[in-house]
Design a binder for this molecule. Structure first.
Ligand code: HEM
Length: 339
């Protein structure tokens, strides 16, 4: 079920634009749906970020994976346990650009015991480095970014030189006609890895939800429909460009004939945009707002007072003694101050 529900959901998302076209809804699909999806995306995104930004974080709760700053002669780990804003910025940059926490990923396996006599019978768990997830996660996000940036050629006229450069670089090996982009191959390989990891590793399968498969299937369907459009069922790219520039300048004209695959591709992209703020893909913004990542660990140097603590009337010992000093002395109870 965990696997089939998202599969069926994506199949429905593919069927909807086809049905819409059959009912003569090209205008709605080419103009109404993209603007509606954009509106849901922006509103949902802003709402979620505002909610996070609004959530009180009175104290420092950083994830610490190294020695914190303390005494001068103890070497602090400036990246894994940053005590300054610069340290936090460096850690965030490494996390966002290089997925550093995934780089530290480990897996457990059973190794023979250390003592030779019972090595075969007794096995001990050991943790070893596991870089597969890090590599394919980086490949997936990097190729997705390259694809999205390459798509700017549809939206911008004239196409900026750096987009042209990226397109040339991506098709460097000039395999096939039209050229197969490296980022397309990388995206498909990474999607396959991320999917198989969830299906084949029992522990990962156990914790996987339909909401984990759905984005994989949806992005997979977007990639496949895009590839079919590029390599098999060609579309008129001038019309695509006219439509995209029309969206960007708020004067879209419904294209005369763009073919079913374009509408499926576009509808799936709209579904992804509208879904993004409501699911796990919001980690896109969440990583910047995560208090365990974006706070410096200066707990030992700065006193953090909860700013909305309710005022409490306190009665410290010094005041207590002032109040009862006479009586305490009379009863022979020792006092800290004579007067
Ligand atoms: C999340 C956003 C999107 C993703 C991940 C995506 C993905 C892809 C992929 C993987 C391809 C295969 C060829 C290539 O990489 O260029 C492709 C092609 C294509 N996409 Fe997208 N796409 C997205 C958004 C859009 C949008 C908004 C449009 C509408 C303008 C669009 C129009 C096209 C067209 C026309 C092609 C065929 C390009 C060609 O023939 O060279 N895509 N897309």
């Amino acid at each position: 079920m965990t696997l089939f529900v998202p599969l069926i959901a994506v199949a429905i998302l593919v069927a909807l634009p086809l049905a819409g076209r059959a009912a003569g809804g090209d205008g709605l699909l080419a103009v109404g749906v993209p603007y509606a999806a954009l509106a849901v995306f922006v509103a949902g995104f802003v709402r979620r970020v505002v909610r996070w930004a609004d959530t009180p974080v009175p104290f420092r709760i950083p994830t610490t994976a190294g020695q914190g700053r303390s005494l001068a002669w103890i070497k602090p780990d400036r990246l894994d346990n940053p005590a300054t804003t610069w340290g936090v910025l460096s850690r965030m940059a490494l996390e966002i650009l290089c997925f550093r926490s995934l780089f530290r990923n480990t897996k457990q396996r059973l190794a023979p015991a250390l003592k030779a006599e019972n090595a075969a019978a007794v096995r001990r768990p050991v943790y070893v480095s596991a870089k597969g997830l890090w590599f394919f996660a980086l490949l997936f996000h990097g190729s997705l970014l390259a694809i999205v940036l390459r798509h700017l050629r549809f939206f911008l006229a004239p196409v900026p030189a750096w987009v042209e450069g990226l397109i040339a670089l991506d098709g460097l090996f000039a395999i096939g006609l039209p050229t197969v982009y490296l980022s397309d191959a990388a995206l498909l390989a990474a999607l396959l890895f991320l999917f198989l990891r969830r299906v084949l590793i029992p522990q990962v399968r156990y914790i996987t939800l339909a909401a984990d498969y759905f984005p994989l299937f949806l992005i997979g369907a977007i990639a496949v429909s895009g590839l079919l459009m590029r390599h098999v069922f060609k579309v008129d790219l001038n019309q695509v460009k006219a439509l995209a520039v029309g969206w960007a300048t708020f004067s879209p004209a419904v294209p005369a004939e763009l073919g079913a695959f374009f509408f499926v591709h576009l509808f799936l992209v709209c579904a992804l945009a509208a879904y993004l703020p409501f699911g796990k893909l919001m980690h896109l913004a969440g990583v910047f707002l995560s208090p365990t990542r974006n706070l410096a660990n200066d707990n030992r140097r700065r006193r953090h007072v909860n700013p909305w603590n309710a005022p409490v009337k306190v009665h410290p010992y010094a005041e207590y003694e002032d109040e009862f000093r006479g009586k305490m002395k009379a009863a022979g109870i020792p006092v800290e101050r004579e007067e």
